[in-house]
Every structure is written in structure tokens, then in C-alpha cells.
Write a protein that binds this ligand. Sequence first.
Ligand code: FAD
Length: 651
Amino acid sequence: RNDLPTSEVDVLIVGAGPAGLMSNLWLSVFKGLRVRIIDKRTSDVVAGQADGLVGRTQEVFHSFGFEDRILKIAQPMAEFSFWEPNDSGRLHRSSRTPDGVPNVSRFQGSVLHQGHIEKFLKDAARDRGGQEVEHGIQPDLLEIDESKVDEVDSYPITVRLRRLSKEESTPSQFGHAVANGLYRSANFMTAKEEDRAIEKSAEPQDHEVIKCKYLLGCDGAHSWIRRQMGAQMEGDQTDFVWGVLDIIPQTDFPDIRSRCAIQSLNHGSLMVVPRENELVRLYIQLEEFERDAYGRVDRRRISPAQILQAAQKIIAPYTLEYSHCDWFTAYQIGQRVSTSYAKSDRIFILGDACHTHSPKAGQGMNVSLMDAYNLGWKIAHVLRGWAGRSILSTYESERRPVAQELIRFDQKWSALFSGQLKKIERAADGTELEEFKQTFENAKLFVAGITVQYGPSQLVGQILDHKNVHFNPPSVGMGNQDLAKGIPIGMRFASHRVLNQADMRSWHLQDTLPSDGLWRLLVFAGRMTDPTQRPRVLQLAHSLSSPSSILNTYTSGGRSLFEVITVHSGPRIDVELSDFPPPLREKYEYNKIFVDDHSYSEPFGNAYENYGVDAVRGCLVLVRPDQYVSWIGNLEDMAGLEAFCSGFLQK
Ligand code: FAD
């Protein structure tokens, strides 16, 4: 149909769930990119869906400036209780533990429904001049011209879009008065049904053609884009069917406002998640359900009453009713990862489109958001001509292992909840008890989202060991981990408090790494009062000022792609702002120099000690726009730094 209206965009985002909206927000940071974001639904999520926000996700929200909106309404997760039958078979609380690991992130895991989060993502994109979501539209034809994929400025992807009728795009509630999640990602129960409907579909006036440079498939677990890419979901469909109820409960169960895993003697398990607005979410393992023609749980026949009944059996002898049901759903869990995440590094899939697993650890939305946070800045760098297209392959190499790890974790975590590992706890010699505790503690770290470590690539330096660094200068792509043992290369830069040299205010160092698209060179300047150290810092400033330094080589619109942030080890009162020459600090700049020192009244963080940096000699740390640590080196190692950056950045 050559006569269809045709337009061009840099990036087309299909799907406006968490992954699509985060992609849209990230791209909106890089002004001037032409983006469109479409979703086949007419409506936003108003209840239900994901509700767990882990510490790392909140760090990222904070870096975009809207975490305060979350903190105002979310329910923090403070304690986790385990309930199981005692020796006489009666349900009792067998242990309590902190929910999460204190102090690994400045933000505690919290619970808030997905609709709020999607709204905040949209508002943040709008504030930056980003795109509004276009609802009721879906793609029905996708072609990629492989001969053009390597031409940086070409539009090798052609997508035909179809505007849906109101009936097609309005989520069916399957006849229930209560909002539910029985419908979400697919209008159709199977891919075949969807393809058939597309074939029969619509008049030419409902169509338009978009030519794009990049296409992001954020279209959920039943991803149409994934199918067009020819990728498969690998893994297992489990037999577990879970019902979910968001209710205001009426119960005599004592821990209803605490997160709990309840294992019954004969009726499976239940998880309690206290939520905002007096709501409580219950995840209930369903044992009795009807199957559809494809042998899966027939979701049309699930009702809140049926899920409640299953919950009542598990929680007995305590009673459980509700005064209000906000939302419900039921689903069968697949633990699967897509065989590939990209086609020709032009079409990418993100979020549920490339991984699905149980919702019990509250990971789906978080990992989906982080996929988008990983990819968005890379695409923007390529579109802007700042980096070569080769960086795009790091999306799959960095994010697919995370999903695979998530599936392995999900299998273990499910075992924890199904009570198998709890039985080990009672083993006599205590070894298994330790193993259980360790599994649970590791799980908590994983769940917080802060254990992700990207392997060596163009964007993450190889870790070089100490002896080699001393005697041979580091070569391209190396990072000297020994200089900052508490700043693991390839992991997100953890936050500790430092004081602003100018006004003594206490800052989280992560606050100097906002999501604005810039790279940060953190200069740990060490002890400026040490006679051998000051010349090293002055020499560093001199080197960074040179026209050939990375600051002046990689620029856009006259602005460097790097910002320099300096932290010295004090004492604050023996050092002046003027001790730090440009480019460490320009005249009249007051938020560039920080010190690791005690505050009179505010918290401070022993940053050098926590980061494992020598308090006299310091070091350099290069941090990516997504707050991941790329490279670490000595203050003199300009050659190593320049060689590292020239591996992917373009002048
Ligand atoms: P989705 O949220 O599925 O969004 C995909 C979007 O694409 C949808 O808006 C859909 O309408 C649109 N779309 C689909 N196909 C097309 C098409 N062909 N054309 C145009 N648009 C299309 N995760 C957590 O982190 N914590 C939790 O506590 C948690 N609890 C959950 C509880 C339940 C009951 C469920 C169902 C999920 C839960 N999850 C949780 C998972 C979480 O909801 C998903 O992982 C998350 O929404 C994935 O985001 P996404 O953007 O990849 O996909």
C-alpha cells in the first residue's frame, strides 16, 4: 500500500508499560530526538499489576527527580514473617527477618501499584518535552532492510500501524464488575488468533507507515515484535497457577500488615504484601481451577470469590474476608528468557517481552525498567553520533544474563516459599540452617537489584590485578579495581555521604550522578594537605584541561559529554575551594567539590573507607550515564582513560 501516509522517526516504542515508558523518559533527556510511543490499549493501568519497587529502581527514579512522589504514598517493606504448621499442624509464626538488607541502598523496598509508577514516568517525560503515549494503535506489519542496518543514518525499519476500534483496544473485564488483570498484554488468547485478526483487519484509512531507525518492542509477555524478530522464549511453563487479590481485609490474622509467606499443611501457600491505602495484596497458589481449550488456566472463569476461598483454606484457623476488592487476577507462570534480545541491533525487545517469571519476588517491573534504563542512553548516544553502533550489542550482553540469573533465582525463591528450604532449617547439625540463611540473605541482596554486575566490554573495563598495575601501565580497557575495592567495576556506583566543601551540606554522592545523559569522572583527590598529593591533583587538572583530554575531545554543542566531580579526604577546614583549579571547578561553581569529613549536625559517610580508596593517593572513577562503573585508574593514568574512552566514543 504505497499510498498510505508515511513518516519518519528516530525511535518507535511499541508498548507503554514500565519498559516503554522508561525508554520514552530516557530518550526525552536527549533533546531533539524524534520518538513515538504507541500502545494498543485505550486505558492506563488504574489498579493492580506490579506493586514492588526495589531499592535500585528507586535510586534510578531519584536520579530522574521523582522519587519523592513515590516516598509520599508507597508502603515501605520493613519486616518479613514466615508462617507454617507447628508439630501439631497448627499455623504459627516460625520466624521474622528484616525485609531487605539494611544500608545496601539508601532506599528501602516499597510497595505501590503500577499505575502510579506509570503516571510518574509519563509526567517526568512530559516535563522534559518527551512524547505523549498514543493509545489504541498497534503494529501489523514489520520489515527490516538488512542492507541498510549498518548505515548509521538510514531508516532500515518499516512498520505499518493500525488504529484500533474502541472495542479492540478496551481491556475486557471478562464480565466482572471488579477491575482485574485477566486481560493485559494480549487482546487475544493466542498468537495465532492475533495474527488471524490482523490479517482480516481494517480499512486502509486505519493505517499509516512509519520508517524508523530503531524499534523498541516493549509489548509485554506476548510480544508481537518478538515473534516478528523470530526469537523464541526458552524455559518452562510451570504448573503453578497463582491468584492475586488486592483487598481491604477483615481478618484476625496478626501479621496482615507485614510481608509474610504462609505455608499451609495441605492447601499450598500464600504471600501477604501490605500496600498503600489500607490495601493488602494476597498471592495465592490455586489448586482448583478450570482449564481452557489450550490446557491452560481458563482465566475467564476465575472470580475473586474463588481466590478468596483458596486463601481462607491456607490461612485457617484465622478468618479472612474483605470489605473491598480493588483488583484481582490469575495466571500461570512461565520461567522463560528470549533466545535473543535484538535483531541487527536495530530492533530490540525489553521487559516482559524478553523474560517472564513468577511475581513473588516483585522483580518483573523492576527488571523491565532496568532493561530500558540500560538501553535508552546507548541508543541516544548512537543517534547523536557520540558513540559507534557497536555499543548497542552490550544491551543484550549485559541484560540477558540478568534475566537468566533472575530465572535461576526465581526457581530457588519459589522453593523458599513452597516451604522446601524451611524444612531444611530444622536439620539437626546446623549446617543446612546456615545454608538456608545464606540463601535467604543472598536472595534479599539480589531482590534489591544492586548485585547486577556487567561483564567486561567496550563500556566496562576489564579488572586488572594490583601487581600488574604497579609494574606495567594499564592497557586499553583495563580498570584498576585495587584502587577502589568498594567500587566494583561493572556494578552501579553505590552511594555514601560526603559534605559539600563550600557550604557543609551533606550529600549522597549518588546525587551528583543525575540521569541527564552525561558521563561522570569522579576524582578522588585524596589528601590535599599532603605535600606529595597536591602536585598530583594539580597535574591531573592540567592534563584534563589539555585540548586532547577526554573532556575537550568528546563534546556536543560546545558542551563536554563528561562532568568532573571531586571528593577529597579532608580535613575540610585545611582546604579551600580555590585549591581546585579548572576543570575540577570553574569559577563560581559550588557543587563540584566534596569532602569526606565529619559534619557538625548532618550524617556523614566515611566515604573513602567505604569505597576502599586510599585516603592520601585517591584515584579516578569513570561512571556511565546509567550510574554503572566503567573504569578505575590512577590520577596520572590519562593515557589509560583516553584509550578506554576512544574504544567506543566518537569525536
Ligand atoms: P507490560 O507491563 O505488559 O506492558 C506492555 C504494554 O504493551 C501494555 O501496555 C500492552 O497494552 C502493550 N502492548 C502489548 N502488545 C502490543 C501491541 N502489539 N501493540 C501495541 N501495544 C501493545 N513486577 C514487579 O516488579 N513487582 C511486582 O510486585 C509484580 N507483581 C505483579 C503482579 C501481577 C498480578 C502481574 C500480572 C505482574 C506483576 N509484575 C510485578 C510484573 C509486571 O507487571 C511486569 O513485569 C511489568 O509490567 C512488565 O513491564 P513491560 O513494560 O515489559 O510489559
